[in-house]
Design a protein around this ligand. Structure first.
Ligand SMILES: [Ca+2]
Length: 149
């Protein structure tokens, strides 16, 4: 500028402003940018979305930050299934049809109604043991817990 050479390189987290001829800090939670509107990298916990760095919860309240791939993922265990998980029954417990990683377990089926999942077994119980006593009382022992409705 003004016939002089200007060093346009800036330290990390700053960009060179061509109008003011100086380095300026990247906006908000952006840590690497070309200018105020072009962000390359967001701070830890933030993802680039619609031209800015945002928290997953700001983009979709049912998602959380995954530090492994630095993307938003659906929260597992909050009881809400927005369709990015196989199931979500409101816990992170195995053995109830929807496992701790929100995957449908073997011999179970889950259906989503109003973003909530209900899981039920799909395998038929078998009779393990059947007896009848002198009073003609029948006793059946099934392979798993069953309910009569
Ligand atoms: Ca579960």
């Amino acid at each position: 500028m003004d016939g002089r050479c200007v060093d346009t390189s800036c330290i990390f987290g700053y960009y060179f402003d061509n109008q003011d001829y100086m380095c300026k800090q990247c906006p908000g939670t952006c840590i690497s940018c070309l200018d105020t509107n072009e962000c390359y990298e967001c701070a830890y916990g933030y993802v680039y979305h619609n031209g800015m760095c945002a928290l997953c919860s700001q983009i979709n309240e049912f998602t959380e930050y995954n530090p492994e791939n630095k993307q938003c993922q659906e929260i597992c265990g909050d009881g809400v299934n927005i369709g990015l998980k196989e199931c979500d029954d409101g816990n992170r417990v195995n053995g109830d049809g929807c496992d701790k990683n929100c995957k449908i377990e073997n011999n179970w089926a889950c259906e989503t109604i109003d973003l909530k999942d209900k899981c039920h077994r799909t395998d038929m119980p078998t009779i393990r043991h059947a007896t009848i006593d002198a009073n003609f009382t029948f006793t059946f022992v099934f392979s798993r817990f069953i309910t009569f409705t």
